[in-house]
Design a protein. Sequence first.
Length: 331
Amino acid sequence: MHMDIFNNDAFSVLSLTRAIENVPHQPQRLSQLGVFTEEGITTTSVSLESIGSTISLVPAGQRGAPGRPMTNDKRTLRSMNVIHLPQRAAIVADEVQNLRAFGAESEVETAQNLMNRKLMKMRRDLDTTIEYQRMGAIKGQILDADGVTVLEDLYDAFGVAQTTHNMVLGTTGTKVAIKVIEAKRKMEAALGGLMYTDLRAMCSASFFDALVSHPAVEKAYDRWMNGEFLRGDNRSGFFFAGVFWEEYRGSVNGTSFIEDGAAYMIPSGVADLFSTFYAPADYMETVNTNGLAYYAKQEPMPFNKGVMVEAQSNPLSICTRPAVPVKLLAA
């Protein structure tokens, strides 16, 4: 057994990339729901062109007089760079030395199993990071792993402010259904003429608890199925006032993806509202090719003491209308 097995075609860029793509997907809510469309690009940046269109009332005029001139729509071009997410792991000579072919497995197959375990761990980390950045796109700011550094501020890029709405769930007499309708109106105003199919609110644990325990919500479900709703665990979601509410579970380094006491209401069925673009890896083999979600490659360590394995993704997740998602506050 020697390190030359890693010169086998089974450990080429193409083979390793296929391997990391085939690793079982870590369950993640935004990915499961298909909120973000995915698209590969051949460049390392994305250019977005928007045409600012406004609707205004036409003043009455004298018959035969010239009409008011119509202003042309203003075009705006914005460019955003993809985010490079590299990870590395090592397979040292001792790990390979201690491998033994077993049963029908060859030495190459056994080494592949070791490589795949490394790739699986890196794939899980990449999946979690992409999910974190997608939630950031919904919230309007994509943050780095430290939870502080802003990688992309969509509000600055598009020149809009975040849409917020206080649900006043801490007050017993709040008419929660009316508060929901008010939030929907804000979102519809931000959408303009675009139509949506349904609405979903991703809630922090504290927001969800405040919602389901509010007297107005309890009363609405008191007689439904003999009050079974009030006795069960509804964190997987339920409909209220035309919105599907669910508790979102997700955290990184102890920081929740959705801040305490908040929820985010987003629409479905709006074309190109949420997108994730993938750029090519920074390898000679992938220059100017259509980007994939994941890449993997290996190279020998100095003095042939092992191999370094790299997995990477180069995503950019954006919301093309950052004012559309509504941040809901429980207090």
